[in-house]
Design a protein around this ligand. Structure first.
Ligand code: ATP
Ligand code: MG
Length: 445
């Protein structure tokens, strides 16, 4: 993409309404625009990151054997009357009437609707296990929307629902989600720690939240800091192997890590003092096992192998897709701007032309752009007639992890400069070597 033809409305001034750094940087980098309290337009740069995050979520869900579908944002109130949640949910639910005076609501979550789909089409244990998920906009009329996309009213969530014949199978689905989430967050450059949680309006007794440590997080967290060193990495996981998946969950949940809701001071005090940490965290996901809470209320049953009919066992599992942009920036920025992890960056590299209009510099930039594209790498090429300092400041603000700087003086020696946004380190090399290097770096992502 040539910057001269792109739409990147960066702001020079720091917006005064933004209280935390991720919100400030998303506004300054021209990623979002607030349209009403907690409701945002996703401008092109923000939208590119949002789509990359969605894509990682899809890939990891499908790797775990979960099946994507798409349910609507508007739901009939009657489904929620069946579960009893239409009255229970309270003022966070946005209620709407259509022209026929039928009650609708803008879905805050989808347990009822997915249970309705299940009961209409599935009746036998032979069709199980089954996990369906979607990535769809939700609306919760939060009392205090704030921190930009971190606590919006309209926000994008991945929500998945497992259906299983018995408790053991449903707990395996729970574990499968935990492992798939660990890999999902790692690919976004995040350390998200599963912490035992309290269940809230979804109900259920097995539940973990995934928290990214950050000073601006809304949850107080208590943990053994050895938990932050655990990595799933690229190990191959057989998601059908119950023992293998359970062992990974054990590995990631046996060290103490809890939010204030479930904190147990006696257990916490047993951690060696050098590892005992209190901090704050951002909730980027949550998994629940709740058994037959919805299937009993809504009559979703399956025939078992021995001919009985039982309510299907269920759980639900959410990732805060739009909140993740804020969480990633909170975890990865400096005073110049955002530093995107390679896994989610909106463009793989920036190209800065130090002397626009110089025929050698222009040709070298065009050549780099094409060579990167041939490797499947996207570049944002700053081809504006601007001072070098202004071009660098824009690149630093929007946080592309790698920058190639091209100027007539370097080209006389046959070199361009490759700069790492995170470390600030620069290295001179031929344009071909720079493209090769980026190809190798991104091969691991
Ligand atoms: P919170 O405690 O932060 O209000 P929640 O526990 O009510 O969230 P869940 O029902 O667990 O939310 O939803 C799944 C995920 O969706 C959360 O882990 C979070 O990442 C994200 N999420 C929830 N509410 C919001 C919101 N208002 N804005 C952005 N993301 C949200
Ligand atoms: Mg939650």
């Amino acid at each position: 993409m040539r910057l001269s033809r792109y739409f990147l409305p960066v702001l020079k001034e720091t917006p005064s309404e933004a209280q935390i750094v991720s919100h400030r940087l998303m506004l300054r980098a021209g990623m979002i625009r607030q349209q009403a309290a907690g409701i945002y337009s996703w401008l092109p740069l923000g939208y590119r990151v949002l789509r990359r995050i969605e894509q990682i979520v899809h890939q990891e869900q499908e790797r775990a054997g979960h099946i994507p579908l798409l349910m609507p944002t508007l739901q009939p109130a009657d489904l929620w009357r069946e579960s009893g949640r239409y009255d229970d949910y309270g003022q966070e639910m946005l209620r709407i009437q259509d022209r026929h005076k039928r009650d609708l609501l803008y879905g805050p979550t989808n347990e009822e609707m997915i249970t309705d789909i299940f009961r209409a089409h599935v009746g036998s244990y032979k069709d199980l296990p089954l996990t369906l998920y979607h990535i769809q906009w939700k609306f919760r009329d939060e009392i205090r929307p704030r921190f930009g996309v971190m606590r919006g009213r309209e926000f994008l969530m991945k929500d998945g629902y497992n259906f299983d014949v018995d408790r053991e199978a449903a707990l395996h689905a729970y574990n499968r989600h935990m492992v798939s989430y660990l890999r999902t967050y790692e690919r976004m450059g995040l350390t998200a720690i599963p912490m035992r949680a309290a269940s809230g309006p979804i109900g259920g007794d097995n539940t973990h939240e995934f928290l990214v440590l950050a000073q601006t997080g809304e949850s107080e967290v208590f943990y053994d800091d050895r938990v932050t060193a655990l990595k799933l990495g690229t190990r191959k996981v057989d998601f059908d192997n119950r023992a293998e998946v359970a062992a990974i969950c054990e590995e990631f949940t046996s060290l103490y890590a809890r939010t204030d809701e479930t904190h147990d001071p006696a257990l916490f005090d047993a951690i060696p003092e050098t590892h005992r940490k209190v901090g704050r965290g951002i909730e980027v996901g949550q998994i629940f096992y709740f058994g037959t809470k919805y299937s009993e209320a809504m009559g979703a049953t399956v025939a078992t192998a021995d001919g009985r009919r039982v309510p299907v066992e269920m759980g639900s599992h959410g990732i805060g897709v739009s909140r993740l942009l804020g969480a990633i920036i909170e975890a990865s920025h400096d005073d110049k701007g955002i530093i995107w992890p390679e896994g989610v960056t909106p463009f793989h590299a920036g190209i800065v032309n130090l002397k626009q209009g110089d025929s050698a510099a222009d040709a070298a930039c065009d050549g780099l752009y094409a060579a990167l594209a041939a490797k499947g790498l996207s570049a944002l090429y700053d081809d504006r007639d601007e001072r070098a300092g202004a071009k660098f400041a824009t690149m630093d603000l929007i946080g592309l992890p790698w920058r190639i700087t091209v100027g007539p003086r370097g080209l006389q020696k046959g070199v361009v400069e490759l700069t790492c946004r995170r470390t600030g380190d620069s290295e001179e090399m031929s344009p071909e070597a720079a493209v090769d290097r980026l190809g190798r770096i991104y091969a691991d992502w």
